[in-house]
Design a protein around this ligand. Structure first.
Ligand SMILES: Cc1ncc(COP(=O)(O)O)c(C=O)c1O
Length: 458
C-alpha cells in the first residue's frame, strides 16, 4: 500500500532544504527524529483541509477499516470523541430545534463529559447492569431498549446512544445488538472504541464499523504500532448523510492547528503494516495471549473481560490482595502493567511483544502465585460504583463558567462537583460536573485514591 505522507516527509528530509519555516528545530535536534517533523509546507497537505497526501492516506485507512470515511486524529480518541458527538448534534439540529440529548454508559471517558461541556448537549446516564468497577458499564440490547423506552415515554428524543467498548478492563459489548436497538428507535450509535482498533483484524472481525456503529473513535496508538496521539474518527456505512462533510471542521474545533507530522506519518505507515501483516500478526498474538491467559488461570488467577489482547486480573476473586500491590510485584520482574487499582491489574499485549515478554510474564506469575498467601486481602468494603448515581443539580456545561475551588475529597460531601482530579488511566469520573457529591461518591473517590476535587465555590 502506498504511504504518501511518510514518503513525502522522508524525501523532504533528504533534500537538504533550508528550512525557513516551522518547527524551530529546523530538522535538527536532540531526539533524532526532528528531520521528519514537518509542518504544512508545499506538498505536505493540511490535516483539516486535506486534499493531497493526507486525504489519500485517510482513504487507504478507510478501506482497511471498512468505514465510509476515516479521518486522522493527532489528538488521540479524545479529539475524535468530541468531534463525533458534535457531528451527531449537528445532524440533530438539522431536524429539531431542541437541546440534543445523548444517552451514555456511565463509564464514559472524561473527553465525552468535556464534549458535553463544550458542545452543550445534555447527557442521560445509563448505569451498569453489573456493578463491579468504575471502568465497567455493562449494557445489553434489552437494557438499552428499556432506557430508550423510558426516555421517549417522557416525551424526550434521543440524539444518539454512546457506549464504550471495549472498556479499560477488556469487556466488549454486544455492539450489533445495541446498534439494532438504537436504529429501531431512530437514533444513532456512537462508540468509544479507543481500545479496539485492532478488533478489525482478528479472525472474527468485531470492529464497531463492522457491527453497525454510525461512528466510532479509535486510538490507533493504543493497540496498533502507531505513535502516541495517533487516532481515527471512522464514519460508518449507515451514518446520516453529510457526516463526512463537516467531520474535518469538527475535528479542527477540538485539535491543534499544528497536528504532529510524526504522528501522521506513523498512521500512514500503519496502513501498509496493516495490509501486509495485521491479520496474521493479530491472530498469532491472540493465540499466544490465550496460552498466557490459560497459564495464569491454571496458577489460580481469575481473569475478567473478553477482549483477546488484554489480560485483566480480578485480584479480589483471585484472592491475591490489592491490584496495586500485585502490580508492584510484577515490577519486581521488570514488568509494567497498563493499569492497576485496588481490584484489578490490566495487561495489554500487541504483536510487538516478544516471546521473551510472554515467557517473563509466565515465570513472574508462577513465582508470585507461590507466595500469594503473604499478600494482604483486598478490602471487602466496596462502595457502589455506577448503580447509585449522584443527584444532578446543574448540567456539566452550566458548571463550566462558575468559580471553583479545590478541596479535599473528605470535605466534599454536599458540594457540587466541577471536576474530579482523576488522570488517565482510567479518566472515568465517579461524579460528573454538576452532580452533588454524596457519601457514596466520596467513598468511591476514596476507594480509588482520589484525594482532591474541584467544586463550585459557595
Ligand atoms: C476508554 C477510553 N476512551 C478514550 C480515551 C482517550 O483516548 P486518547 O488517549 O487516545 O485520547 C481513553 C484513554 O485512555 C480511554 O481509555
Amino acid at each position: 500500500m502506498r504511504t504518501p505522507i511518510a514518503d513525502f516527509c522522508r524525501e523532504y528530509s533528504q533534500q537538504n532544504k533550508t528550512r525557513l519555516h516551522m518547527p524551530g528545530h529546523k530538522g535538527l535536534g536532540m531526539l533524532g527524529v526532528e528531520a521528519l517533523d514537518l509542518t504544512e509546507v508545499k506538498g505536505a497537505d493540511s490535516l483539516y483541509e486535506a486534499e493531497g497526501i493526507i486525504a489519500e492516506s485517510e482513504a487507504n485507512a478507510a478501506k482497511l477499516f471498512g468505514s465510509r470515511r476515516t479521518f486522522y486524529s493527532a489528538g488521540g480518541s479524545s479529539q475524535s470523541i468530541r468531534a463525533m458527538c458534535l457531528l451527531a448534534c449537528q445532524h440533530w439540529f438539522s431536524d429539531y430545534d431542541e437541546t440534543p440529548l445523548i444517552l451514555a454508559g456511565r463509564n464514559a471517558h472524561k473527553s465525552f463529559v468535556q464534549a458535553s461541556q463544550l458542545i452543550g448537549f445534555d447527557v442521560e446516564w445509563m448505569a451498569s447492569e453489573e456493578d463491579y468497577s468504575l471502568c465497567r458499564c455493562a449494557i445489553s440490547p434489552d437494557g438499552l431498549e428499556m432506557h430508550l423506552e423510558r426516555v421517549m415515554s417522557e416525551g424526550r428524543k434521543v440524539t444518539a446512544v454512546y457506549v464504550t467498548s471495549p472498556d479499560y478492563l477488556g469487556h466488549v459489548l454486544d455492539l450489533r445488538g445495541l446498534a439494532d436497538v438504537a436504529h429501531r428507535f431512530g437514533t444513532l450509535l456512537l462508540v468509544d472504541n479507543a481500545h479496539g482498533a485492532y478488533l478489525k483484524f482478528l479472525p472474527e472481525d468485531i470492529h464497531p464499523m463492522t457491527l453497525g456503529a454510525d461512528a466510532c473513535a479509535d486510538s490507533a496508538h493504543k493497540t496498533l504500532p502507531v505513535l502516541t496521539g495517533g487516532g481515527y474518527l471512522h464514519i460508518g456505512a449507515g451514518a446520516p448523510e453529510g457526516f463526512e462533510d463537516t467531520a474535518r471542521d469538527a475535528m479542527c474545533l477540538f485539535g491543534s492547528t499544528s497536528p504532529s507530522y510524526l504522528v501522521l506519518q506513523s498512521l500512514d505507515l500503519a496502513n501498509d503494516w496493516i495490509e501486509k501483516n495485521a491479520q496474521t500478526a493479530f491472530s498469532e498474538t491472540a493465540e499466544r495471549v490465550d496460552a498466557v491467559k490459560a497459564q495464569m488461570q491454571s496458577e489460580g488467577l481469575v481473569l475478567m473481560g473478553d477482549e483477546p489482547l488484554k489480560a485483566t486480573v480480578d485480584c479480589v476473586a483471585s484472592r491475591v490482595g490489592s491490584g496495586l500491590v500485585f502490580a508492584d510485584r510484577l515490577r519486581d520482574f521488570d514488568i509494567e502493567c497498563e493499569y492497576a487499582d485496588r481490584d484489578m491489574v490490566v495487561l495489554m499485549f500487541a504483536p510487538n511483544n516478544t516471546n521473551e515478554d510472554h515467557e517473563k510474564l509466565s515465570i513472574a506469575v508462577h513465582m508470585l502465585m507461590q507466595v500469594q498467601k503473604i499478600m494482604p486481602e483486598s478490602d471487602p468494603e466496596r462502595p457502589s460504583f455506577s448503580n447509585r448515581l449522584p443527584e444532578r443539580v446543574l448540567t456539566p456545561r452550566d458548571v463550566l463558567l462558575h468559580p471553583t475551588e479545590t478541596i479535599p475529597v473528605s470535605d466534599a460531601e454536599g458540594r457540587i462537583a466541577a471536576d474530579v482530579h482523576i488522570g488517565c488511566p482510567p479518566a472515568v469520573l465517579p461524579v460528573v460536573p454538576g452532580e452533588k457529591v454524596d457519601r457514596n461518591a466520596v467513598a468511591v473517590m476514596d476507594y480509588y485514591g482520589i484525594r482532591s476535587i474541584s467544586v463550585l465555590k459557595e
